[in-house]
Design a protein around this ligand. Structure first.
Ligand SMILES: Nc1ncnc2c1ncn2[C@@H]1O[C@H](COP(=O)(O)OP(=O)(O)OP(=O)(O)O)[C@@H](O)[C@H]1O
Ligand SMILES: [Mg+2]
Length: 243
């Protein structure tokens, strides 16, 4: 029998296997709330209105993936390369070295320029990055605003095929039409919903685990969090979050 706090060989082996199959957020508390991390090979949809934490969460996952030795490509409609590095620095995620050795590539994109063809350009760009393990698209909202619902759905279907080939793709999106959201959610392997609730004077940030493939035990879990300079997402008890 193992002493309390000392892991048996079996436990260590299990954890190793688990860790190889998921992308950690680099934040142990957050990982445990989402079932260990983001499973490799998933298509993940992060939904939320402005200011709910989509970019911070995707930066956490990107940083966690880099720490695990994975190659990450970020398409951003919100940042330049410089502002992305700066933003991540403020939450204690230094990515400059990863950029220099090209384990991280950041592509600022003006999705609005592509009009109806923007999702095709984006898919071509994903296909061109053969060496990448994790793609982050933050955010797809501008693309979604300039193409039809069926084109958005088709984009997700094609992204899903890339995931079947082993890529992990994380897409952030402002909520769209409910019928479309339903279809997108059912296509995705992971679906995290970010919300900000007003509670008196206080704004409360919450992450709901709507779905994570292979981690049904955490389905429906609600995690309260704050974003803190020099730290990033800090999980806080819901009661405290609500004040
Ligand atoms: N470095 C930081 N230090 C402290 N707070 C931060 C930091 N970066 C972001 N925040 C806060 O975290 C929250 C979430 O920001 P984030 O940019 O992730 O939102 P978002 O969902 O991506 O919004 P949008 O849809 O407008 O892009 C905001 O309240 C923001 O002010
Ligand atoms: Mg954002």
């Amino acid at each position: 029998m193992a002493e309390a706090g000392v892991k048996t060989d079996e436990q260590e082996k299990q954890e190793e296997t688990v860790n190889k199959n998921v992308i950690s957020s680099g934040n142990t508390e957050l990982d445990s709330r989402i079932g260990g991390g983001l499973p490799l090979g998933s298509l993940a949809l992060i939904e939320g209105a402005s200011g709910t934490g989509k970019s911070v969460l995707s930066q956490q996952i990107a940083y966690g993936a880099l720490q695990q030795g994975l190659r990450v490509v970020m398409f951003t409609s919100e940042n330049t390369v410089r502002s992305m590095v700066k933003q991540m620095d403020t939450i204690d995620m230094s990515v400059l070295d990863f950029l220099l050795i090209r384990r991280l590539r950041v592509y600022p994109v003006e999705f609005s320029q592509g009009g109806q063809d923007s999702s095709k350009y984006l898919l071509n760009a994903l296909n061109a990055e053969e060496n990448a393990d994790l793609f982050i698209l933050d955010s797809l909202s501008v693309v979604a605003g300039s193409i039809t619902s069926s084109a958005i759905l088709q984009f997700f279907e094609e992204a899903k095929q890339l995931c079947d080939q082993g890529k992990t793709i994380m897409v952030t999106l402002h909520p769209q039409a409910p019928a479309l959201m339903e279809q997108l959610r059912s296509l995705c392997d992971a679906n995290l919903v970010l919300e900000t609730e007003r509670d008196g004077q206080k704004l409360v940030k919450m992450l709901t685990v709507a779905k994570i493939r292979g981690a049904s035990s955490v389905t429906g879990a609600i995690v309260g969090f704050d974003v803190e300079p020099g730290w990033g997402m800090r999980v806080i008890p819901i009661s405290k979050a609500r004040g």
